[in-house]
Design a protein around this ligand. Structure first.
Ligand SMILES: Cc1cc2nc3c(=O)[nH]c(=O)nc-3n(C[C@H](O)[C@H](O)[C@H](O)COP(=O)(O)O)c2cc1C
Length: 328
């Protein structure tokens, strides 16, 4: 049941799901400029996809073939709904289903989903089983943390592996640690070792992907070698850097005009896809990350924080570029 995962080179380098960040527009830009080996959607409520409100969630499931292989990430605590939601996503054309068992958000936990599942191993196993039924031949994976209050990777990973996911991605912190302490890559090393002990057969063993605090491919390669994990997931490092997974281009070597052009392309795509349905505000966190490292960056950034649409952003960028070239 490893599906496309079997074909990927190891170690693989994948893009983390980040709600409000890795939406269809940003993913498409990333796919154009530096495609990771696998992409995830932002997390989506399995219960919501089984409710009458489903239509309002569909834009979270838009994707382009360019982004493949792509997984729909679901959260939920009800196995029947997980099964149905997984089936629905596969019908939409997703390459696999990922279950979120790591989100520390209290509202998510109240629904019996996210990291609370670390405390409910039986339910976690049932959810994996249900998603596998819904996904048919397609792979089901889990993204989780090393424990709830403390590191409990030994029991927790054994429970997960028993339920037969194709991949387990481990964010190397406990739920209580949120993102406040450095990621514990020694626990990823132990996880990779544990997976080999529990499932000696290479063909049947789930892949173990490590996650936390990695900012570039160079460090990703290094930690995968040091820990023996099968791949690395990178999240926040993608801010302002759609070239992150590009093996040939370094963002820091690019002229800032090119970065600004991609920022405009990203804005245009966001407006085209979401202009009618989402606020413009989420683009601002991207601007903060795109607009760095050149003279006049701070001023342009400040002005972009006031922008409300594509035309304004285009005008501000044009002025900043003209000013910069006049001062050369
Ligand atoms: C803004 C933001 C949104 C996130 N949304 C999700 C999500 O939807 N699903 C998920 O599994 N993890 C989510 N995460 C966690 C990331 O996928 C990742 O595990 C975490 O950022 C650590 O990786 P990093 O240090 O490479 O950023 C989110 C993180 C951030 C910063």
């Amino acid at each position: 049941m490893q599906g496309f995962w079997k074909e990927l080179a190891r170690p693989c380098f994948v893009l983390a799901p980040m709600v409000g960040v890795t939406d269809a527009a940003f993913r498409r830009i990333i796919a154009r400029y530096g495609k990771p080996d696998v992409m995830w959607t932002e997390f989506i409520s399995a219960d919501g996809l089984c409710s009458r409100g489903r239509d309002a969630l569909l834009h979270d499931l838009w994707f382009d073939d360019l982004e493949r292989p792509i997984l729909a990430q679901l959260y939920g605590g009800n196995p029947e709904k997980m099964r149905e939601a997984a089936r629905f996503c596969i019908e939409l054309g997703y390459d696999g289903i990922d279950i979120n068992m790591g989100c520390p958000d209290k509202t998510v936990e109240k629904h019996g989903a996210g990291s609370i599942l670390i405390k409910r191993p039986q339910l976690a196993a049932e959810l994996i089983e249900a998603a596998r039924e819904g996904a048919g031949e397609h792979p089901v994976s889990v993204k989780t943390r090393i424990g709830y209050h403390d590191n409990q990777i030994e029991e927790w990973l054994a429970t997960l592996i028993e339920a037969g996911p194709a991949v387990v991605t481990i964010h190397a912190r406990t739920r209580d640690e949120m993102s406040k302490v450095p990621a514990r890559w020694d626990v990823i090393e132990r996880s990779a070792q544990l997976a080999r002990e529990l499932v000696p057969d290479d063909d049947r063993r789930p892949l173990i992907l490590g996650n936390g605090d990695i900012r570039n491919l160079h460090d990703a390669r290094e930690v995968s070698e040091e820990t023996g994990c099968d791949g690395v997931m990178i999240g926040r490092g993608i801010f302002g850097n759609p070239w992150l997974f590009n093996r040939e281009v370094e963002r820091d070597d690019l002229p800032f005009e090119q970065i600004i052009e991609v920022m405009l392309e990203h804005t245009a795509l966001y407006c085209e896809l979401f202009g009618e349905i989402k606020p413009f505000e989420p683009m601002k966190k991207h601007y903060k990350a795109y607009v760095t490292g050149f003279r006049g960056a701070a001023e342009l950034r400040d002005r972009l924080m006031q922008a409300t649409d594509l035309a304004e952003v285009q005008l501000l960028a044009k002025e900043a570029l003209e000013l910069e070239s006049a001062s050369r």
